[in-house]
Write a protein that binds this ligand. Sequence first.
Ligand SMILES: NC(=O)c1ccc[n+]([C@@H]2O[C@H](COP(=O)([O-])OP(=O)(O)OC[C@H]3O[C@@H](n4cnc5c(N)ncnc54)[C@H](OP(=O)(O)O)[C@@H]3O)[C@@H](O)[C@H]2O)c1
Length: 384
Amino acid sequence: MEIPEASLVSGSAVKPRSAIAPGSAIEIVALGHQQLDLTSADLPERLSEINADVIINCAAYNAVDAAEQDMAAAMALNAEAPERLAIWCRQQGAWLIHISSDYVFGNVFGNVFGNDLGSVFGNVSGNASANMLGNAPRALTESDVCEPLSLYGQSKLAGEQRLLKANPGALVLRTSWLYSRFGSNFVLTMGRLLTERPELKVVADQVGTPTWAEALARLIWQLLIWFHLKPEKSAVLSGCFHYAATGQCSWYLFTQEIAEQIAKQQCNSAPSSQAAVPLQTASPSQAALQSQATLHSPANPAPITPRCRITPVSTAEYGALLNRAQAPRPAYSALDSSALKDAMAAMPSAFRCYLPKDYPSPIWLSWQAQLALMLSGLGASSLG
Ligand SMILES: NC(=O)c1ccc[n+]([C@@H]2O[C@H](COP(=O)([O-])OP(=O)(O)OC[C@H]3O[C@@H](n4cnc5c(N)ncnc54)[C@H](OP(=O)(O)O)[C@@H]3O)[C@@H](O)[C@H]2O)c1
């Protein structure tokens, strides 16, 4: 079976629907905010000009804290726009894939960590590779109750509900803790701060699943190929599905893993006399710092971890350090993607195996493995 190639078209110049025939290339029209404002009054007319077979809505008002003061703007982009997209898609027979968030959940299992952060830290300290907290509950499924804690979460949940009511054939993909090599995100920020700061205080009582945006993109690409070749089958994937990497961690453990993986890469790329020392969660001694300082020249930067102590803090402690109001976030929002995996298993294998043999598909990997793939593609030096 021939797998279609993608051609990327930025801007508003697009071919009519008839140009996309079975067996031909899939044309992707990537429109930024400036090219298509989803809150504009003439959205349906603009959509008709573009006339896509599938719309993937990645746009969002995603400033979680700012949304607390700006609910109208969050609702306009996160709830009203998806509903309008859904109506257009239903009327025109197009498929809509919409990205949603783990922040639609509240504290499903109550206050998981209570005030006993010691037990959380006890489970993770000294073991940066562990991806589970000993007392973590099961990951959340699509049937768990959504009671968002923040206005951002409320606007995203309203978007899901309004979209699916207007167009039950649409697909909502809920994902979590996204990062990539582009833009601004937790991995890139921590990669930089780990080299700049002597100490980082990171929240340890929020647990979720870091997910590489490229894995999500590859999943959607796979769905597009499937839709392109078998449009009648897209009904199998309608409604709400979770997609995240496997496993779970706190932001603190995620930071430890980022530091460890970057240090490993630096170690691999450094001459053997400059091997990095393992991750330290305790403060490095002055003597150790001194010896590292003499080992490493500016041309061969020192490994990150000896210079930066990573300290776990509670959400409340972190909030006090920030000195500004923070929107409440769920203590636990790891997502269980098994329903999606099962639904996709029904696809013929040709739809699933389109990647080059030497490139492991990142879609169903653990969050640590996805992070490793992202960092190896990026090169540790770009972070340091
Ligand atoms: N980041 C996470 O950890 C995370 C976690 C779970 C779910 N999600 C979801 O993932 C999706 C992508 O979020 P992201 O965090 O990755 O954000 P992002 O990269 O900042 O993407 C948001 C996009 O929304 C566009 N946008 C803003 N206002 C718009 C408007 N009026 N009309 C059209 N487009 C507009 C922005 O376009 P311009 O750049 O052109 O302004 C930007 O490309 C969202 O649905 C979000 O809720 C994110």
